[in-house]
Ligand binder design. Sequence first.
Ligand SMILES: [Zn+2]
Length: 436
Amino acid sequence: MTSVYKIIAKSVRFASRLVGKKGTDLPGKVLRRINPNVLKEITKDFDEIVFVTGTNGKTTTSNLIGYTLRKADVKIVNNFEGANMLDGIISTFAIQTNKDTKLAIIEIDEGSIKRVMEYITPTKFVFNNFFRDQIDRFGEIDTLIESIVKQIKGKNIQLILNSDDPFVIRLDKYGVNNRYFGVNADAYQFKDSGITESKFCPSCSKELNYSHVHYSQMGIYACDNCDFKRIEPDYKVTFAKVNPLITISISNEEEFTTSQLGDFNIYNLLSAYATLDTVGLDKTKIIDGLSTYTSKNGRMQTIKTSEKTTNLLNLAKNPAGMNASLAIANSMDKSIEINYLLVLNDNGADGFDISWIWDTDFDILQGQNIKNIVCSGKRAKELALRLKYADIKANVFVNENITEAVAKLKTFDQEYNIVIPNYTALVETQKELESR
Ligand SMILES: [Zn+2]
């Protein structure tokens, strides 16, 4: 029957893509019409189903795990397209399951856990974090956690939990043989520790006492009034640096450099490491995957153009995105010289008005050690003019032709290039960078 579901799912996806849809949810919806218990049926021969959830980072974590397993030739089902609700998960299983597939790594939306667990129970469940600001649509975190407890309680699920988040640790008593991950207090100083609102003990409601805060509610905490406290992790980040790629050491083992930018990814790497080790992948293969994974979508993607040079590609289509991209180099050693390629088009999908570049804070660049800046795309000249007003000390080149601009960039010999295209410039810029 599984193969019949696959044929149906693929046909529906094909038809759905013909009319310009992504085709990730519709196959699941159609299959559910045919058989309401389809998910239960397709997954019955799996040995291991791992759910990954959390407010932030679940897509990256799930992709890191999926990529690493595939690179190690393990056959898996993985919803890497981010189809993380019931129908998307059904589509993923229907399309990807083969006779010998025994392992699934499934990113799941926090709000969909109840619905999906009506049909399947994971063998392992990874909880990364719960942040209040972004889950308002589910009501209070307390309500969310209570509903998750109802789903996982008494079902013999092995939980893989972030020790540093007291919200996550509340789930501890509802799993079996749990594994824990966390960042040591002296391992890394997070850049944006944010304002820590008061966090209260889930057992006695007294305010928790933090001896160290990483950021937000992440840290080393204990309740002075009862025995609720952070659980000593099995997997600890003992050292990390961000320059601007993350280098990390887990449980004092050898450091490895990843292709991830942004220090919040330290937790995603750690969570992926803990999960991969728990499913039994050997350490060399784990590190091989975690050190080479990069996104493919132009968001914080890394592309090597030579043995020496890494290009950090990040789409920016508004001042906020541009400011974040221009700030990437702020975490780098000032001794490292870098180049920029900025690509600005004004095609329909970009909006014809590109005056937003005047609202972007190009002054950020003044503190960076920049050798060359190449401006490209249909509005290259305007970019160059904007740079002039920001008074940046670097060689500025203007070439509207993206192919030629990327070729120019490749003639430079620095370790890092930062490449920031806007929307319609992304695909071409990406393609030119990847071509040898
Ligand atoms: Zn307490």
